[in-house]
Each structure stands twice: as structure tokens, then as C-alpha cells.
Design a protein around this ligand. Structure first.
Ligand SMILES: Cc1ncc(COP(=O)(O)O)c(C=O)c1O
Length: 412
């Protein structure tokens, strides 16, 4: 091997990479402290209001199955029919030979639900943001995103080569100030926000953000991973929630892996945008089309949502019940409001881990969210409510949560 350049230490064993050792140390520390590893727990059966962990039925508050569509008989039947008709894979990029009728049907239904002209689907929600952001803006452009943006947005920013500026969470006045300062230096500006923030369960003031975007001649992208099927009277998302003109937002992105019971992402918007993306986006043209099973699942979920229009309202009522009971019990639920994402902020990763262990022992599954996913003083348990939970399940869960929190406090 030639001599390494001065200051360069060759690394050639993956097990010795500092980041590899760091993660093993963190897992080992939890085990030394006697808390069991909460990750990769096997959830057997369909994950709805309950699941099966280690052979035990548990009340489940850790799924994105917001409307209970995964496991719904109509969705399961549609998936089986699609696999019988089309096979398990479309076996090619859609641009070449992978296009199936079910793709266009799904995209039409997505556009109808969101109130846009058209939509395009991708095989992964995360990859949708990465490839689309990376494709719409580039060097010489600016991306301004909420400081709590999901990793998929941050990766898209990196790939794009555009300048990236976070603005303080949900602070449209701060966004306005950033753009007033620097908008003039850039060709295109893309503002990226989310419909519901997945750690805190809060909703941005979309009308105010649209005003800022108009004022500064920017483009707006909203990731509706946690708001499609959830917000709005018919589950049409944050656009329906605020009743805004859908054309005021250029890119409505999201994922079908949560309320829509499948796997894959989408971008909805104008007919021109979707046509452009279908012919040019790397993560679409150089990737296989969404599988028949996944397309059928989300298509059936959207149709079922239309057949059961009470589901988003029921989800809202149950979420409100959880939040109210938790607040009455003195639990710190942060900024959560009117969404099915309710954090219980503990402010210490090890204590959050211990609390999730204690709840699991009492038959409740709620994932801990630890540093570095959130700042250490915001370490928490996160509860996802679904439309298939019952009032009794929620009441007993909050009661047990309050008891276990008290035990944790008493232990010091
Ligand atoms: C805001 C947000 N965007 C994108 C994604 C990625 O979606 P998927 O898990 O379907 O790839 C997630 C996943 O949790 C998310 O929360």
C-alpha cells in the first residue's frame, strides 16, 4: 500500500469505525443498566390497537396504522386479488415495461383525495423526499426547512447540493426573516414543512406559511406522512384541514406506509409537475414501479376511507381523549394538539427507556424516543392513537402510564 497522506489514518475494518463502536457502546450501556433493548421487538400478527409481543397480547400505541386499514378485510382482499392478477413484482421500471393499470388508478385516487391535478408514486416514502428534493433544486438554490424536519428531507437537501437553512420549529415569522435576509442571493427557494410533526404531534400554521412563500417567490413542499388520512373532514390532509387552495402548494409529498396501509411514497401537484417527475426523477425512472400488493393496499385504503367517512373523526375524538386524560394526569405532552401523535416527555433517555420497559411488563407497547433522535431533555415515550383503539383502552393506558411515572419519580 502506498504511504497515506499526512494526517490521514487509513480505516479498513468496519468493526473499528468510531460510529460502529459508538452504537455498540450505547446498546451495551442500556443492557448494563438492566433495561432491555426496546428496538427490533417482534410484533407478531397484524399491528392495530393490539399486537403480540413475546407471545403476549399487548395494547399497542406504536404503529402508524392510524385508520386501522392494515388488516382491514377489504384491503387484504384487494392485495390478494392484485397479486393473483399482476404477480408479486411489476418487474421493471414503470417508464419501460412496469406500468400496470393499478398504478394509474392509485395515482388518480391520491390526487382526488388531496385535491390536486395529478400524483406520482414511488417505492419508498423516505426515498421519495430524497430523490424529489434532490431533483427540484440544486447548487445556487436555497432550501429552508423546519428545524424538526424528518431525516428524509435532510438527506434530500444534502443530495441536492443546494444551500440549506433550518428555521425554528413552526415559526413562520422567523421563516419570513430568513427569506427577507437572503432570498435575493438564490435562484429557486424551496420551503419544506410537514403536515403533522411526528415527534411532537403539532400542526403548522399553513395559511401563514403560504403568505410568506408568496411574498418571497418561493416554492412550498409539505410532507404529509402523518397528516394524509388523518387531518381534514374526509382525511384529505392539511390542505383540507385549513381549506386552502391546493394550487398554493407546489409539492404535496407523503407516504402510503401509515394511514394508507401500504409502502411507498407519493408527490401530488400540478399536471406539469407530475409529468416532469415521471419522465425525469432518478428514484422513479431508475427504480422498479411500486409492487401490485402495495399499490392495491393503498388504493383499497383510500376507497375504504370514502366508504367509512367517520374514521378520521373517530381518530380525532380518541386522540383528544388521550391528550385530555394525559394532561389531567399532569403528563408533559409538549405541543401535541388535535393529532394522533402524543408524546409523554420525560427529559432523560434512561428513564424513558425504563418507563417503556415498565409499560411493556404491564401489557402496553409505546416506543421510547431517545437522544440523539430528540435532545436529551426532550427524551420521551411516544403514543400513536389509531381509530381502532377503544375509549377503555385509552383510559386504562393513561391510568397505568401515570402510575408508572409516579413509581419512577418516587424511585428518584
Ligand atoms: C415525516 C416523514 N416523512 C417520511 C417518512 C418516510 O416514510 P416511509 O417510512 O414510508 O419510508 C417518515 C417515516 O416515518 C416520516 O415520518
Amino acid at each position: 500500500m502506498p504511504e497515506p497522506a499526512p494526517g490521514v489514518e487509513p480505516q479498513y475494518r468496519i468493526a473499528d469505525f468510531p460510529e460502529v463502536r459508538a452504537i455498540f457502546d450505547r446498546i451495551g450501556l442500556a443492557e448494563q443498566l438492566g433495561v432491555s433493548n426496546p428496538y427490533f421487538l417482534i410484533n407478531d400478527g397484524v399491528t392495530r390497537d393490539t399486537s403480540v409481543i413475546g407471545g403476549q397480547d399487548v395494547l399497542n400505541f406504536s404503529s402508524y396504522n392510524y385508520l386501522g386499514m392494515s388488516g382491514h378485510p377489504a384491503v387484504t382482499t384487494a392485495v390478494c386479488d392484485a397479486v393473483t392478477r399482476y404477480g408479486s413484482s411489476v418487474s421493471a421500471s414503470r417508464l419501460l415495461s412496469g406500468e400496470k393499470t393499478i398504478h394509474a388508478e392509485l395515482e388518480r385516487e391520491l390526487a382526488a383525495l388531496l385535491g390536486t391535478e395529478d400524483a406520482i408514486t414511488f417505492t419508498s416514502g423516505h426515498a421519495t423526499n430524497v430523490t424529489v428534493i434532490g431533483h427540484i433544486v440544486g447548487p445556487g438554490d436555497l432550501i429552508v426547512h423546519d428545524s424538526l424536519a424528518h431525516d428524509s428531507i435532510l438527506q434530500g437537501c444534502k443530495l441536492s447540493g443546494a444551500t440549506r437553512r433550518p428555521f425554528p420549529h413552526n415559526d413562520h415569522a422567523a421563516l419570513d426573516r430568513v427569506l427577507a435576509d437572503i432570498r435575493g442571493r438564490y435562484r429557486r427557494v424551496l420551503i419544506v414543512i410537514e403536515g403533522v410533526y411526528s415527534q411532537d404531534g403539532d400542526i403548522p400554521d399553513l395559511p401563514a406559511i403560504i403568505e410568506v412563500k408568496r411574498k418571497h417567490k418561493a416554492l412550498l413542499m409539505i410532507d404529509e406522512a402523518h397528516s394524509i388520512g388523518v387531518l381534514g373532514a374526509t382525511g384529505g390532509g392539511i390542505g383540507e384541514h385549513f381549506d386552502i387552495d391546493r394550487a398554493d402548494v407546489e409539492l404535496w409529498s407523503g407516504t402510503m406506509s401509515k394511514a394508507l396501509a401500504g409502502c411507498g411514497g407519493y408527490v401530488a401537484g400540478s399536471a406539469e409537475l407530475v409529468r416532469f417527475l415521471k419522465y425525469t426523477t432518478p428514484g422513479f425512472i431508475y427504480s422498479v414501479g411500486i409492487t401490485p400488493a402495495n399499490a392495491a393496499a393503498s388504493l383499497a385504503a383510500i376507497r375504504q376511507l370514502r366508504a367509512e367517512p367517520e374514521l378520521p373523526r373517530r381518530l380525532r375524538e380518541l386522540s383528544r381523549l388521550f391528550l385530555t386524560l394525559a394532561q389531567e394526569a399532569g403528563i408533559d405532552t409538549g405541543d401535541s394538539q388535535d393529532t394522533p401523535v402524543v408524546p409523554c416527555i420525560i427529559g432523560d433517555s434512561m428513564r424513558a427507556l425504563a418507563l417503556s420497559n415498565a409499560l411493556l411488563r404491564r401489557g402496553i407497547n409505546a416506543n421510547p424516543i431517545l437522544y440523539p433522535a430528540v435532545p436529551e431533555d426532550k427524551a420521551r415515550l411516544r403514543f400513536f392513537i389509531t381509530a381502532c383503539h377503544t375509549e377503555e383502552q385509552i383510559t386504562s393506558t393513561v391510568k397505568i402510564l401515570a402510575e408508572e411515572l409516579e413509581t419512577l419519580r418516587a424511585a428518584g
